[in-house]
Design a protein around this ligand. Structure first.
Ligand code: FEO
Length: 400
């Protein structure tokens, strides 16, 4: 029986799953794990496309040997230098001392900077090619998706692209490798939610470069197979993935709905958030994502802000500023340059309120559409002092 790791004839998956790392990049939780995808092309010449996190070097080498035995690997093609993919370059060079490391000028500078390797390298240009035998690989630079050196490797004979971080997602590969083997086309599969979280957190700042990459890859379409560095290999589902990446990189909301994110010290600001959510639900809004920023990791909040068309943020005044977790969220939003959302806000205070003013200032800076004035709640929550939640809910629903 054909090994499931042979994606198409002569192209093998030799990557690994990581289900134990708690935080990707030291920042982002991995509740469903992550895969580090590495591919082996077995042609007259053998080429490895990217490597793997250093912790998985031995597994990578064992996977390669399982396919080619004692034959050597001729080329290591580096599409992306971030250490989750480049961390095993040393181990691969040690196992295959004659291997030629293939990358563009920026890549090879980073190979030297990270790993001190300067010999047996091959510099490729944008559009340059490398013949392996029956296949000829072509390199296309897609800078800032997600580092400046990033490129993709195209194989016209197989209508296949090795895509780097583009079109990736969190989530381990549980058994299968391709979308069809993993039932990843199913809307309830973990990959779609995790793709939005992966994109919004890792690549979300680089919307313009992702749009440039999509335009640059357009002449290669339709593609039969797309091999990203994380998540399933895309075949039948690629058009859905491309559409999702296109919309997210335009910062276009994916659905009509509301993200409510708030900080709260003693529950009063939280009760305002609860009331507003109820008022929205009473008006028929079913897609409401609520995040208490003391317990929700910001990666999930950013995912929902990318997903939904409206955002409401609430904060107590804290040392004359915003609640720290709220300020941190605003910084993350501004860093990603999300240009448009329907927005309103609410603030709580005891003796001198600044939160509502600061949140209003955020709307002015980002250009978000402030559809109703901020609600300010002095001291304890009551139904009466939050009555303007009605008009806020009306204003949001009118814009959904
Ligand atoms: Fe999966 Fe940008 O590295």
């Amino acid at each position: 029986m054909k090994n499931i790791t042979e994606i198409i004839r002569g192209i093998h998956y030799v990557g690994a799953n990581d289900r134990t790392t708690h935080r990707f990049e030291g920042l982002w939780p991995l509740p469903y794990g992550v895969s580090y995808n590495t591919y082996l092309i077995d042609d007259e010449k053998v080429a490895l496309v990217d490597t793997i996190d250093a912790a998985f070097s031995e597994r990578l080498l064992a996977n390669i040997r399982e396919i080619i035995g004692d034959r050597k690997v001729d080329y290591l093609i580096i599409n992306h230098m971030e250490p989750d993919h480049s961390g095993s370059i040393h181990a691969v060079r040690q196992a295959y001392p004659d291997i030629t490391i293939v990358g563009n000028a920026k890549t090879l500078q980073m190979v030297e900077g990270y790993y001190g390797i300067v010999d047996k390298t091959m510099t490729v240009s944008d559009g340059g090619t490398l013949k392996l035998g029956a296949r000829t690989l072509q390199f296309h630079f897609i800078p800032m998706v997600h580092w400046p050196e990033t490129m993709v490797t195209y194989c016209a004979e197989d209508s296949l692209v090795f895509a780097g971080d583009a079109f990736g997602t969190f989530g381990s590969l549980d058994g299968g490798i391709t979308d069809m083997q993993l039932d990843a086309g199913n809307d309830t599969s973990k990959y779609w939610n995790e793709m939005v979280r992966y994109y919004s957190n890792i690549v979300g700042k680089y919307g313009v470069p992702v749009q440039n990459a999509i335009k640059k890859l357009a002449p290669l379409l339709p593609l039969k197979t797309v091999c990203p560095t994380h998540g399933p290999v895309w075949t039948a589902q690629f058009s859905k993935v491309l559409d999702l990446y296109d919309r997210m990189s335009r910062y276009e909301p994916l659905e009509k709905g509301v993200t409510i994110a708030y900080g709260s010290m003693y529950g009063n600001t939280e009760q305002t958030a609860e009331r507003l959510a109820r008022e929205l639900a009473r008006r028929g809004v079913t897609k409401i994502a609520m995040h208490n920023l003391s317990s929700s990791h910001v990666s999930f909040v950013l995912r929902d802000i990318f997903r939904y068309s409206a955002v409401v943020i609430g904060s107590p005044t804290y040392n004359t500023k915003l609640f720290p977790a709220v300020q941190s969220l605003l910084d993350d939003i501004e860093l990603r340059g999300i240009p448009n959302r329907t927005f309103t806000c609410f603030g709580g205070f005891t003796w001198a309120g600044t939160a509502a003013k600061l949140l209003t200032g955020f709307a002015e800076r980002t250009g978000w559409d402030l559809v109703a004035p901020a609600v300010e709640v002095k001291q304890g929550y009551t139904l009466q002092n939050t009555d303007s939640c009605n008009s806020i809910a009306d204003a949001i629903v009118a814009k959904l």
